[in-house]
Write a protein that binds this ligand. Structure first.
Ligand code: ADE
Length: 243
């Protein structure tokens, strides 16, 4: 997959070269290109923002530099790609959205600052606006990196063990169960005995029950929407009886 990122702070994307996504780049599974939006400005001062029509606070990012950047990316890569504008006004980033982005061959992220980007950019490019949560960041760069990371995990080969993606938090609409590794006692806290029992059926049952317990306590909204089996419902009854 090819990913282009357009921003007035192209160096902000350096963290993508680290860790699991960095390895995917090294292995040729992902190709990442960061572009300086100012290279596509048309004046001596390399201006990329202007005052809002209609007045009001702050500045708005100008349309033409983004449109020129996307045209240059298309010319260089031979494809338009799916254009993503990270924005608190976008649709929520969910596992389904990340999975659908992972199916694309080419993604182009346009990162705004200040009050946002001139509305004609997403309109003209039929861009997808995507939000990473109900809070406002100072710019789209961190959000773009979050979307790239979440998407990369669904790209075959990026996460070494595919079972780890399949069994992840949210994979079945629930939060993940708790994880433990050696040593057996830390700060006076034991590993739950079932995990040392070697009984795989009991371990699977315990993990499912703990995933349900956490989801019930922390994210009842997820539980209400989850696809639960009759066995899950029995575990939920056990949890209710424990309280
Ligand atoms: N840009 C600023 N805040 C954002 C958010 N919450 N999600 C996506 N992009 C953003």
């Amino acid at each position: 997959m090819r990913i282009d990122l357009v921003s007035i702070f192209p160096d902000a994307f350096a963290p993508l070269r680290q860790s699991v996504v960095g390895k995917a780049i090294e292995h040729g599974l992902l190709e990442i290109h960061a572009h300086d939006l100012r290279d596509y400005a048309s004046d001596r001062h390399r201006t990329t923002d202007d005052e809002p029509y209609g007045g009001g606070p702050g500045m708005v990012m100008k349309a033409e530099p983004f449109l020129r950047a996307v045209a240059a990316i298309e010319a260089a890569s031979g494809s338009r790609g799916r254009v993503i504008v990270p924005s608190p006004q976008g649709r929520a980033l969910t596992p389904a959205v990340a999975r659908s982005l992972a199916a694309e061959a080419h993604l182009v992220f346009l990162c705004g600052h200040y009050e946002g980007i001139d509305e004609r950019v997403p309109l003209a490019l039929r861009a997808d606006e995507v939000s990473i949560g109900d809070y406002v960041l100072t710019g789209g760069e961190l959000a773009a990196m979050v979307i790239v990371d979440a998407t990369a995990r669904f790209t075959p080969g990026v996460v070494g063990d595919a079972a780890s993606v399949a069994g992840d938090s949210f994979a079945a609409g629930l939060l993940d169960y708790p994880h433990y590794t050696r040593p057996p006692v830390v700060a006076g806290l034991d590993v739950p005995a079932v995990l040392l029992s070697g009984n795989h059926a009991e371990i699977a049952r315990w993990r499912r029950k703990e995933a349900l317990r956490r989801t019930l306590r922390r994210r009842p909204d997820l539980l209400a929407a989850a696809d639960l089996s009759p066995a899950d419902r029995r575990l939920l009854e056990e949890l209710a009886a424990e309280d």
